[in-house]
Design a protein around this ligand. Structure first.
Ligand code: F6P
Length: 362
């Protein structure tokens, strides 16, 4: 019988996380009378002693429209590979038992973990070690399997689409090409959907290695057709044929992932050099992650939070909430982390883009 639960948010922040927290807290307290604690800064809050804050109805009042996460988060600190200083360098140690012990000290019967691929993998392993876990899929990149969509993604697409609308007017006025670099390490969903919504001329995705000559040819054709400006959307993980992802910073010993960035500048430079068109680059970066969530993400986050509590009540541990069609259901965490949800180069969305005359790099 559950009486008390804990919740943590891990990985990069994401619009809609507060809706999840609020959904969990309200569903746990209003109908069930459970108590809830929030664990601070992702798994860090269980690594450095249980760092918790009590969550009652007052503490989640007014947070639905707020971006970020009131609990804090971290995309470092994997307890199964934790960097400990050793001389001049670090060695990786498994401190997962400490996390399990600190979870027990926090006094909760079960744990809700909202996070992306990395966070959910950790959650799954902790579940195997006896921490009853339910997962909530989160990422603006929409690259998790097992759910039709993740919350945060809709907000990110909205932000990029608005940016493209704004960039159109300035590109048109100055007869320029503008290259817009957006997030999407391995999956180009944000680039593709916002590119379609924002009427881009070229969209470059991690899933379709691009030929820069083809991109330039497409722009040349547009010029011959009388078009005097060009909008190119590039996912940060896009790669030229035979090339590599552009990395801004490699993963340090205590930094989970390498930092991508710079492909937009490379594409812009190539367009300017080959076509002689004045070109600018805009890197939208964390603007896509910050700020108020869309109505869709507030609703999806709320549904996920409420469903997570239902799964805990039914003892469905090791599972994750997911949107399938119009329903929010339970699915295995294993399913979500086994592979990545990537754009199908032969799928309907890419086909739609190409049928609209958008060039996708091939
Ligand atoms: O996973 C979401 C994401 O937004 C990626 O698209 C991006 O590469 C990464 O997070 C950036 O993370 P950080 O906040 O560590 O720079």
């Amino acid at each position: 019988m559950i009486k008390s639960i804990a919740i943590l948010t891990g990985g990069g922040d994401c619009p809609g996380l507060n809706a999840v927290i609020r959904g969990v807290v309200r569903a746990a307290i209003i109908k069930r009378g459970w108590s809830v604690v929030g664990i601070q800064d992702g798994f860090d809050g269980l690594i450095h002693g249980p760092q918790t804050i009590p969550l009652d109805l007052d503490s989640v009042r007014g947070i639905l429209q707020r971006g970020g996460t009131i609990l804090g988060t971290s995309n470092r600190g994997n307890p199964f590979r934790y960097p400990v200083p050793e001389g001049e360098t670090f060695k990786m140690v498994d401190i997962s038992q400490r996390v399990v012990d600190n979870f027990r000290k926090a006094g909760a019967d079960a744990l809700v973990v909202a996070g992306g691929d990395g966070t959910l993998k950790i959650a799954r392993r902790l579940n195997d070690m006896g921490v009853p876990v339910v997962g909530v899929p989160k990422t603006i990149d929409n690259d998790l399997c097992g759910t039709d969509v993740t919350f945060g993604y809709n907000t990110a697409v909205g932000v990029v689409t608005e940016a493209l609308d704004r960039l159109h007017t300035t590109a048109e006025s100055h007869h320029r090409a503008i290259v817009v670099e957006v997030m999407g390490r391995d999956a180009g969903w944000i680039a593709l959907e916002s590119g379609i919504a924002g009427s881009a001329d070229v969209i470059l995705l991690p899933e379709i290695p691009f030929h820069i000559e083809q991109v330039c040819k497409h722009i040349d054709q547009r010029r011959q057709d009388g078009r005097r400006f060009h909008i190119v959307v590039v996912a940060e993980g896009a790669v030229p044929v035979g090339g590599h992802k552009v990395v801004q910073a490699t993963a340090g010993q205590n930094c989970g992932t390498e930092r991508l960035g710079g492909i937009g500048h490379q594409v812009a430079e190539a367009i300017q050099r080959r076509q002689g068109i004045e070109t600018r680059t805009v890197v939208l970066g964390h603007l896509q992650r910050g700020g108020t969530p869309s109505a869709f993400d507030r609703i999806l986050g709320s549904r996920f939070g409420v469903k997570a509590v239902e799964l805990l009540e039914r003892g469905e541990f090791g599972k994750m909430v997911a949107l399938v069609g119009r329903e929010v259901l339970a699915t295995e965490i294993d399913l979500a982390v086994a592979t990545m949800n990537r754009v199908d180069p032969q799928g309907n969305l890419v086909h739609t883009a190409e049928a609209l005359g958008i060039m996708v790099g091939r």
